[in-house]
Design a protein around this ligand. Sequence first.
Ligand code: SAM
Length: 286
Amino acid sequence: MKNQFEETLYDAHGQIFSIEDVYFEDKSEHQHIIIFHNSKFGRVMALDGIIQTTEKDEFIYHEMLTHVPIFAHGAAEKILIIGGGDGGMLRETLRHNSVKSVTMVEIDKAVVDMCVQYLPRHSQGAFDDPRLNLVIADGARFVAETKDKFDIIIVDSTDPIGPGEVLFQLAFYENCHNIMNDNGIIVTQNGVAFMQPDEVKNTHKCFSQIFNDHHFYVAAVPTYIGGDMTFGWGSDSLQHRKIELDTLKQRFEKANFKTRYYNPEVHMGCFALPQYIVDLTLPESS
Ligand code: SAM
C-alpha cells in the first residue's frame, strides 16, 4: 500500500499527505478517485491527483459557497449545484429551511457512491433529503438544455482539467445566466488566485460580459494550498453585495443553525480583495 499522497496540481510546488489507510482507489469512467485517511486532515478525497476535500477543513469551503449567496439573496428557494459529488455543498444548502429544492448535477456517480460510503461526514444523509433532485450528467450540457430556473447556482467543480474544463467556459456561464431567476446569483469554485491567477482572469473576462454585478470573494482553505481560495460571484442584481450587516444578522439568526466559519461579519469582509487579486481583474492584466 502507498504510504503517502503527493498532489500533482502544480509542477514546481505541492503538498504531501501521509496515508494511514486507503478506503477506495479506482478509475471511474471520468477520473481517478482515491479516498484515504491522513492523521492530520482525517478522510481525504483526491480526483485525478488533485485534492478535492478533507474532513478537517471542508466546512470552510462549503459554508462560504452556500451561506454567502443564500443569505445575500434572502429569498432563495431553488438551488442548482453543479458538481459537488462529495455531498458537503448539498449538506450546507439543505440546512436552510427556506430552500425548497436542490438540483445537483454531478457527472460521476462513482464519486457520489464512494463519498456516501467512505466520506459519510460530508453528506450526513443529505442525499436522502426529499428536496434533492440528483442528476448524473455533465453540468455544461444540463444548463444548456434544462427548462428549469434557479435562484442560486453553485458551481462546485474540479479544476479546469478533464471533465471540469467545460465549467470554466463562456458558453457555460451564459447558459447559467439564462436559467437564473430575476435577482439570481451564481457563485463558483475559482481556484487559489495566487497559484492559479488565470482562473480569476478568465472568470472576470466571462462574468464582465454577462452579469451587471461581478466580483470575487475569498476564504483561506488550508488544503487548497497557496493562499486565499477565490470564489466567483455573478448577479444582475446590484443590491445583493450592498446588503447591510444588520440584515445579514437577522437572516442568520432566523436561519437558526450553527456554523464553524461563516458569520455575518465574515460575509461582509470576504468581498474585500487583496490588491494582487484586484489587479488580476484590471484590463492590462488580461
Ligand atoms: N471542493 C472541490 C474543489 O474545490 O476543487 C470540488 C469538489 S467536488 C468533488 C468536484 C466535483 O465536480 C467532482 O465530483 C466531479 O466529478 C464534478 N465534475 C467535474 N466536471 C463536471 C461536469 N462537467 N459536470 C458535473 N460535475 C462535474
